[in-house]
Ligand binder design. Structure first.
Ligand SMILES: Cc1cc2nc3c(=O)[nH]c(=O)nc-3n(C[C@H](O)[C@H](O)[C@H](O)COP(=O)(O)O)c2cc1C
Length: 181
């Protein structure tokens, strides 16, 4: 499914398409990018195991989270696990860029994936982060949902690999993405 334009207006349709495909393939785990928790909240009681990946603590302001404690508690109470950890496709490479300028492998990999749209890059990244954190099982197809800065516009079926074998990642299906981005 291709949406006309990128962005958060596609959130509800993306979640619907993702859940339909998860049901068709009997996929149990959904990994969703949600910085504030707003997109993840739409998956409450969706009948699947949901992992919400947010920005790492300090992404915007040192020491602070992009999600309120109330939202985190609400998601946890509804059995949605929330992960704040180092971004797989930025990591310390971003520190080298910030300190010295230039561009380094992880960010080149991220930019290459963005040729398919921001959301595909995000889906690859967050599913690897969830796998490394032990929040999804190894070697299983999952559905990942990502977006362009806010909300969701992309969903994929993916078999993520651990960061130390990142290139074993398999993007099995693109369920939906924006056609223009
Ligand atoms: C770890 C992580 C990395 C992200 N990277 C990007 C990115 O490279 N480009 C982009 O447009 N959005 C990126 N996002 C934003 C997500 O795709 C998504 O739109 C957003 O987290 C939804 O948050 P909300 O529920 O607060 O609207 C990223 C989000 C996370 C959690």
């Amino acid at each position: 499914m291709y949406w006309g334009k990128k962005g958060p207006d596609n959130t509800d349709a993306t979640i619907k398409a993702a859940l339909n495909r998860a049901a068709e393939l009997n996929i149990q785990y959904i990994v969703v990018a949600s910085s504030s928790g707003d997109t993840a909240r739409k998956l409450i009681d969706c009948g699947r195991r949901v992992v919400c990946v947010s920005y790492h603590v300090g992404y915007k302001d040192s020491g602070s989270k992009s999600m309120s404690n109330e939202t985190m508690a609400e998601l946890n109470q509804k059995d949605i696990q929330v992960l704040f950890t180092t971004h797989l496709l930025a990591g310390v490479d971003r520190a080298i860029r910030n300190q010295f300028g230039g561009v380094y492998p992880a960010e080149i990999m991220a930019q290459t994936l963005r040729m398919l749209g921001q959301g595909v890059k995000v889906c690859v990244e967050i599913s690897g982060m969830a796998l490394d954190a032990g929040l999804i099982p190894f070697g299983e197809e999952i559905v990942a949902i990502g977006g362009s800065a806010k909300g969701a516009d992309t969903a994929v079926v993916i078999t993520p690999a651990h960061s130390n074998h990142f290139f074993d990642t398999k993007v099995n299906e693109i369920i939906c993405k924006p056609r223009q981005f």
